[in-house]
Every structure is written in structure tokens, then in C-alpha cells.
Design a protein around this ligand. Structure first.
Ligand code: GLY
Length: 127
């Protein structure tokens, strides 16, 4: 049986896989609808709820493969809340077809919801 810490890392990986695959159903299954976020796409503003994120899932599927890895994860449990921090390494192809890697630091906050965990907040910034 995985530890709670491993479960939270696995959930965070599922979330990143859903983002890379444009899988809105899995993404919304993992997130609380009141999700809050600071991310570069929001230009320094706090965004609340799912519509801001849906915009990106609704874009035409990328023609090039993309995958994200979780590097140096750290999990902190505070009662029914978990704080997961890591560096996200995203591999993709640039406009010329050469492979490039983007490194971003992410903090993802999860709240226990019965037997499950729901993603309630994240903050992403350049590594
Ligand atoms: N932009 C969606 C996410 O990183 O969760």
C-alpha cells in the first residue's frame, strides 16, 4: 500500500499527464471547482475556478509530443491538507523541431475529501 506522500505525488503526476494530454475530464476529476492559482499565464493575478484553465484545454491539440516529469518532490501533510512542491520538467519540441526542456517550480495544495484528495490551489513560477 503506497504511503500518503506517494499517493499525493502520484496524483500530482496524473494531473500533469492530464494537462499534457489535454484530458479535461481527468483534470476536473482531480480538481475542486473552486481551484485557485497563480501561474505565469495569469500575468501575476490570482485566478479562481476552472474556466481560465479550460481555455487551454479547448485549444487545438498540439502537433508535437509533450511530457512532464516531477523532480525533487517534497510533500508536507498538515491535517487534511497536503502541500506538494517539486520542479516540473516539461519536454517538447521548439518551432524548429529540436527538443527543449522547460523547468518550472510548482506548489500544489490538495485537500482530503473523504477517501479521495482534491486539488485546491497551485502556484507555478520559473525555476
Ligand atoms: N494550468 C493548469 C495547471 O497547471 O494546473
Amino acid at each position: 500500500m503506497p504511503t500518503t506522500e506517494q499517493t499525493l505525488i502520484d496524483l500530482s503526476r496524473q494531473l500533469l499527464d492530464a494537462i499534457d494530454a489535454g484530458d479535461w475530464k481527468t483534470y476536473t476529476d482531480l480538481c475542486d471547482e473552486s481551484l485557485t492559482a497563480f501561474e505565469p499565464e495569469a500575468e501575476g493575478h490570482l485566478v479562481e475556478g476552472m474556466p481560465f484553465h479550460k481555455y487551454y484545454f479547448d485549444l487545438p491539440a498540439a502537433q508535437t509530443p509533450r511530457q512532464s516529469s516531477i523532480s525533487s518532490p517534497h510533500v508536507r501533510l498538515v491535517g487534511d491538507v497536503a502541500i506538494v512542491c517539486y520542479t516540473r520538467l516539461t519536454q517538447k519540441l521548439d518551432a524548429g523541431g529540436a527538443p527543449v526542456t522547460a523547468a518550472l517550480n510548482e506548489t500544489r495544495v490538495w485537500r482530503r475529501d473523504g477517501d479521495a484528495w482534491k486539488h485546491i490551489h497551485f502556484h507555478r513560477s520559473p525555476a
